[in-house]
Write a protein that binds this ligand. Structure first.
Ligand code: AMP
Length: 394
């Protein structure tokens, strides 16, 4: 697969699929510009290499041409972040759009209107993709967050560029981080899975059992295992239909030489709320009337020792109900341990959903080797699926 470094952008017009799907407040101001900042590396590289950039993105899920979801709302922020006066086209396809794109001079950037104003984007419409392709001479995909979708701008468009297509710097980083765990992981490799349900992680677990040495399980999914193993779970969440599957995972792991680690103790509350009474129980003996919502102190110590002994660490899903400050300690502790292991030379990847939110909430972003920018795309990568947006570039 080619990267931006494989091309000379001099006098070329790069059409870049970026992810500018940023949050806006009621005054239509950008409240978090992380995604625009993340696209800067690719855009700056192409501009300094003598090219111009046509940026295409979606914003939200508009029903028709909703002005609240116009990309014009982010123009000022984009100009500020990118350090160039970004031009705007009020439509992303058609004669006007093509004219504006073709007028671009080296060093200039043009942002096109929201792709999702057209249903053809989500439908992966070939004609719409062909129209989009006319905006540029080299196609660059730098939007990991939508790489798992076969949309017009993320996948279908690539077929109109023969060899003149590549991954952007951000997408390249995501692919490298995933490969560092799933393809070239240095042993011992540890996967930490948390979150609410076993049922939502089945494909990930199956895929990871082929790759890792250790599987650590935390969060609400633990109690399906506890129940399956004959323990008492009190009022803790449990997917009774998945108890057999939990036992199957344990036996598959054994066959494949993967060691499974469950908590030793847990912190439970009287009710599902932050300010409820708290009590620590052994994992297998949670009393009726108590709901386990976090890992306990012995588990924290056990998990710390395990994490420190590993060289490659993947973290997906919180260790408890981290949204309640009184039940966030296990999640914070695991985050700290991963940070310590990383400082000692381990490679750590935090990917998919709530563990990313937790790491950000507790200010640990800088302690991890890589934090993924794509929720669904990261989960599908961990499931071992080839993402269509990436496959289309090969
Ligand atoms: P997921 O999206 O599957 O990664 O699940 C994340 C959610 O799981 C978070 O909102 C957590 O609050 C929730 N969670 C984690 N541990 C528990 C638990 N012991 N009981 C109930 N919910 C939990």
């Amino acid at each position: 697969m080619q990267t931006i470094k494989n091309f000379n952008f001099n006098n070329e017009r790069a059409i870049i699929r970026v992810d500018f799907n940023v949050p806006l407040n009621d005054n239509l101001e950008v409240t978090d510009k992380t995604r625009i900042e993340a696209a800067k590396q690719t855009i700056s590289y192409i501009l300094s290499n003598g090219g111009s950039c046509v940026l295409i993105s979606h914003l939200g899920r508009p029903k028709g041409k909703d002005p609240k979801l116009s990309l014009a709302n982010i123009l000022e922020t984009a100009s500020m972040v990118l350090g160039v006066r970004v031009k705007f086209s009020s439509t992303c396809v058609g004669e006007e759009a093509e004219k504006k794109a073709k007028k671009l001079k080296a060093g200039e950037v043009l942002l096109m209107e929201n792709l999702r104003y057209h249903n053809e984007e989500l439908n992966g419409d070939e004609n719409f993709s062909r129209q989009l392709s006319k905006l540029g001479t080299i196609y660059v995909n730098d939007a990991f967050g939508t790489a798992h979708r076969a949309h017009a701008s993320t996948t279908i468009i690539a077929k109109f560029f023969k060899n003149k297509k590549c991954v952007g710097a951000l997408l390249e980083k995501e692919i490298n981080a995933i490969d560092k765990v799933l393809k070239n992981g240095v042993s011992p490799i540890l996967a930490i899975l948390g979150g609410a349900k076993v049922s939502s992680k089945i494909t990930i677990i199956e895929s990871l059992l082929e790759k890792v040495d250790h599987l650590m399980i935390g969060g609400g999914m633990v109690y399906t295992f506890t129940k399956a193993l004959g323990g008492e779970i009190g009022n803790s969440i449990c997917e009774h239909d998945y108890c057999d599957y939990a036992l199957e995972i344990l036996s598959k792991a054994k066959q494949k030489g993967v060691t499974v680690h469950l908590p030793i103790d847990v912190v439970a509350g009287k009710s599902f709320s932050n300010n409820t009474d708290k009590k620590v129980f052994d994992l297998m003996n949670i009393l009726d009337g108590w709901e386990a919502m976090d890992a306990g102190p012995k588990s924290e110590k056990k998990f710390h020792d395990l994490i420190m002994s590993c060289k490659t660490i993947l973290w997906n899903g919180p260790m408890g109900v981290f949204e309640f400050s009184n039940f966030a300690k296990g999640t914070i502790s695991v985050g700290k341990s991963i940070g310590d292991a990383t400082a000692k030379g381990a490679f750590s990847l935090v990917g998919g959903g709530d563990s990313v939110a937790a790491v950000k909430q507790f200010g640990m972003e800088n302690n991890m080797s890589y934090i993924s920018t794509g929720g669904g795309a990261m989960l599908e990568s961990l499931e071992g699926k080839k993402l269509p947006g990436i496959a289309a570039l090969s």
